[in-house]
Design a protein around this ligand. Structure first.
Ligand code: FAD
Ligand code: NAI
Length: 505
């Protein structure tokens, strides 16, 4: 009886504490306090971008000693790992984005957030020019501002390799509106296939989805499409569901080259069971309105009819990045991206520009994991920079005093102090960036995920249902806010209980 009583009380106490802390955290998140104003005596950091690198930088940065301005064409952060889930309606678009102001309004000093696209960085004059290219503009829609430090985190854009028809006919899977567009187009294919009197041949074409690129984006999207088909479309389009076909096209001999061989084989066999066709060593040569042209391993070229093509064939640097690099032709020679040192400093810029994430080239893969660690590191390095600046100012002040004091005893005291301050400054080093790999994860559909995790100086490969739950909990905890975690978790429950929506907005 006593045990039941204690358990009962503990339960109610834990529930109350849980609800109370949830209320407290959400209330605190929604009511940011008064911030310090911009201070003209402090240095200004201009941040370009609001993605993984920039948001992680802003989350970690102590703004007390800096004025900060953020410029990005999107006024939000997008949690890219869950983007394919949005494309099939497992998650709502708004569940995986976080307004940048939800971060900046909680900073000690006010951060200016400007929704604009940076067009040009002038390295010599330390300025950035940007324009408001949204639908609605005010009287001022373009301007140039100066910076003391530039944190350059504009990411990358879709690589089309100049292949004909990609831009006109394919969907991408990079931004939030790409996922929304793909969802609309896929449902349009279904409804057009259901149109009265459609021929069998046309139905098969409309229901054939071609995913180009066997990297993690293409694989995860194929898995999500398969789930949509199995869990929802079979109920709402019973006459069409078994005609839906997903083909994944990859130019290399295998998909997911960054995963261990065992997990590649596991993915291939799971896709085989899921009836997702994988065409390896097959190159897409052209995308047309109703077909894709493929170069097969035997060098023959065929035209494959399809209703929709999703292009997930990798990324390349943005035009603004190329423009920036072209101003430093001797220091920036790697065409694949910005060359940085171990402090994230863009080579050739004398410590005024720091670049992080997908716009850079380094020994690390262009992933969210790398970009976010670089962003957090850079914010900590800026805090160290404040300390270094203070030590330098102290040395300069003591040097001035030592030169002015005439009394020998007093001067000796100051000179001793100066020697001490100089030693402290000489010892002061900003720590270089070190990357800590947390593992590589991917969802492959049918409630299965794969994971290559670092383990005792080696790696541990796992795949299946348990890894799927690990994948979900890992991404849930990686989401930047309690709000997003709650929205994503409730979306997962909503999808499990009610299924995905098949209305075409
Ligand atoms: P981004 O996050 O792309 O941010 C770039 C920012 O710059 C954006 O806010 C953009 O609006 C802004 N910007 C663009 N142009 C300008 C301009 N001219 N001026 C100012 N701002 C500009 N990685 C993982 O580690 N794990 C995963 O599971 C994973 N899943 C992914 C799934 C998908 C579908 C995709 C597309 C990518 C995935 N990635 C994953 C890769 C990861 O998203 C990128 O490596 C990461 O976004 C890079 O961060 P970033 O800050 O460099 O760029
Ligand atoms: P990717 O560059 O990793 O893969 C693109 C694939 O498309 C390549 O394998 C390439 O061979 C293939 N390809 C290119 N042109 C082709 C053509 N014409 N025909 C057929 N195939 C063609 O791109 P992805 O998947 O978008 O990933 C980008 C980055 O984001 C990577 O660094 C990746 O690691 C990261 N990412 C990580 C995820 C995860 O960890 N779960 C999920 C998604 C992305």
């Amino acid at each position: 009886k006593t045990v039941v009583k204690v358990a009962n009380r503990t339960f109610w106490f834990a529930l109350l504490a849980g609800v109370g802390s949830f209320y407290y955290v959400t209330k605190k998140d929604r009511t940011p306090g008064v911030q310090l104003p911009h201070d003209p005596t402090k240095k200004t950091i201009v941040v370009l971008g609001s993605g993984w690198g920039a948001t992680s930088f802003l989350n970690t940065l102590d703004t007390t000693e800096y004025n900060v301005v953020v410029v990005s064409p999107k006024n939000f952060f997008l949690f890219t790992p869950l983007l394919p889930s949005v494309a099939v309606g497992t998650l709502s678009p708004r569940s995986i984005i976080q307004p940048t102001r939800y971060v900046t309004r909680h900073k000690t000093r006010a951060v200016e957030v400007i929704e604009a696209e940076a067009q040009h960085v002038d390295v010599a004059n330390k300025t950035v020019s940007f324009i408001d290219n949204s639908d609605i503009q005010g009287a001022v829609s373009s301007t140039t501002i100066p910076y003391d430090y530039l944190v350059y985190a504009v990411g990358a854009e879709v690589q089309t390799f100049g292949i004909p028809g990609v831009t006109d006919h394919a969907c991408f899977m990079k931004e939030l509106n790409d996922a929304e567009k793909m969802q609309r187009r896929f449902l349009d294919c279904l409804e057009s296939a259901a149109f009265h009197g459609q021929s069998q041949e046309e139905i098969e074409r409309l229901l054939h989805i071609v995913v180009v690129g066997g990297g993690p984006t293409g694989v995860e999207l194929s898995g999500e499409l398969h789930d949509f088909l199995e869990e929802d479309l079979k109920s709402w389009y019973p006459e069409l569901a078994d005609k839906i076909k997903i083909t994944l096209v990859e130019a290399l001999p295998s998909v997911l080259p960054m995963f261990s061989k065992r997990l590649i084989e596991y993915t291939m066999s799971t896709f085989k069971e899921s009836k997702i066709d994988i065409l390896t060593q097959t190159m897409v040569k052209e995308v047309k309105d109703k077909s894709v042209t493929l170069a097969l391993p035997d060098k023959s070229v065929i035209e494959m009819p399809c209703g929709m093509v999703v292009w997930a064939a990798g990324n390349k640097g943005r035009a603004i990045t190329q423009d920036l690099m072209s101003q430093l032709p001797t220091a920036q020679t790697n065409k694949r991206g910005i060359t940085i040192d171990e402090y994230m400093e863009m080579k050739g810029t004398n410590g005024s520009i720091f670049a992080i994430g997908d716009c850079t080239t380094s020994s690390h893969a262009p992933t969210a994991q790398v970009a976010s660690q670089q962003g957090a590191y850079l914010a900590r390095a800026f805090a160290q920079r404040v300390k270094r600046d203070q030590l330098e100012a102290n040395v300069a002040e003591l040097e001035r005093s030592a030169a002015m004091i005439l009394h020998e005893d007093e001067r000796k005291k100051v000179v001793d102090e100066l020697e001490g301050a100089k030693r402290q400054l000489a010892k002061f080093k900003i720590r270089p960036f070190t990357y800590s790999h947390q593992g590589t994860l991917a969802y492959i559909g049918s409630d299965k995920a794969i994971a290559d995790l670092p383990f005792l100086n080696g790696s541990f490969a796992s795949g299946g249902f348990l890894t799927f739950y690990f994948w979900r909990s890992a991404y849930l905890s990686t989401l930047f806010s309690l709000r997003n975690r709650t929205l994503v978790a409730t979306d997962w429950v909503r999808t499990k209980v009610f299924g995905r929506d098949v209305s075409r907005e």
